[in-house]
Ligand binder design. Structure first.
Ligand SMILES: Nc1ncnc2c1ncn2[C@@H]1O[C@H](COP(=O)(O)OP(=O)(O)OP(=O)(O)O)[C@@H](O)[C@H]1O
Ligand SMILES: [Mg+2]
Length: 262
């Protein structure tokens, strides 16, 4: 059975996109069929997988999710999927998606647009990972409604920790009103510098606070490494660009950790 995981945090720059790209490609390397969905008008995931958002020729998530007529949705979603980019399939995005906020607000059942278009294709995959923008707007709500679970990348510093309660409240709201099946997959510590005592203390706090709330914090911690910043230039995620580094190993370990809690 397929699993749809939304990678969400309204805080910017906490490694959502890096996590989707590396977890996705690492899971493909481990033999799983994986679809990545770029639901951010910045198009960072699209770039990270080697595509130019300016040359997508009106074949993006926006066309499938917002513009397609109801009767043509099934074909529209097939048309926008790019196949086998480093082993994964991708629904790309570009700035056009910024109009989704306005367009969806005019539509009936606007929170269900992504769920509706993924429904006919999700079972072709073991994993569907959705990269969300750094807001809790309609695109993120669509991802939470389409998903079975939420994975939250969390930078190991004080301000990142502060923003988390708002996110958890949003998840609970979605659970109670729109998607009662939604679960929290786990919190993923990212950008971790083990030489920094503030990072060590924040990580301990995260494990303590969320342990008490019975929210899973992954054992895997993603270390800070310049390889992650370099790799988008090459159009390949770090698990391909620098496969033997601790960061790439951490994402491979994360695949196993996510799998063991199916
Ligand atoms: N473990 C890491 N070590 C060092 N740099 C990292 C790491 N993970 C991600 N980065 C870098 O940090 C920046 C932000 O990462 P990323 O784009 O994945 O975050 P994001 O949460 O998706 O951001 P946004 O909210 O803007 O979508 C990027 O330059 C990325 O290459
Ligand atoms: Mg991003």
């Amino acid at each position: 059975m397929s699993r749809v995981i939304a990678v969400v945090n309204q805080k910017g720059g906490v490694a959502k996109t890096t996590t989707v790209a590396n977890l996705g490609v690492a899971s493909a390397q481990a033999g799983h069929r994986c679809l990545l969905v770029d639901s951010d008008p910045q198009g960072s995931l699209t770039i990270s997988l080697g595509l130019d958002p300016d040359t997508l020729d009106s074949c993006t998530l926006y066309e499938a999710m917002v513009l397609a007529e109801d009767h043509a949705e099934h074909q529209a979603i097939k048309n926008v999927i790019r196949h086998n980019l480093q082993g994964v399939d991708l629904i790309p995005a570009n700035l056009d998606l910024a109009a989704a906020e306005l367009d969806l607000n005019q539509q009936y059942a606007r929170e269900y647009a992504l769920q509706r278009i993924l429904a006919p294709i999700r079972d072709e995959y073991d994993f569907v990972l959705i990269d969300c923008p750094p807001q809790l707007g309609i695109l993120t709500i669509n991802a939470l409604v389409a998903a079975d679970s939420v994975l939250v990348p969390l930078a190991t510093n004080y301000l990142s920790l502060r923003g988390l309660q708002l996110l958890l409240r949003t998840v609970r709201l979605v659970q109670s009103r729109l998607n009662s099946e939604l679960r929290i997959e786990g919190l993923l510590p990212t950008l971790y510098d083990r030489r920094t005592s503030h990072h060590q203390e924040t990580l301990q706090e995260v494990r303590r606070i969320f342990g008490e709330q019975h929210i899973r914090v992954f054992e895997t911690v993603i270390p800070r490494s310049v390889r992650f910043e370099e790799s988008p230039i090459t159009g390949t995620p770090a698990v391909v660009y620098a496969p033997n580094t601790p960061g790439a190993q951490a994402y491979r370990a994360l695949v196993q950790e996510v799998l063991t809690h199916a």
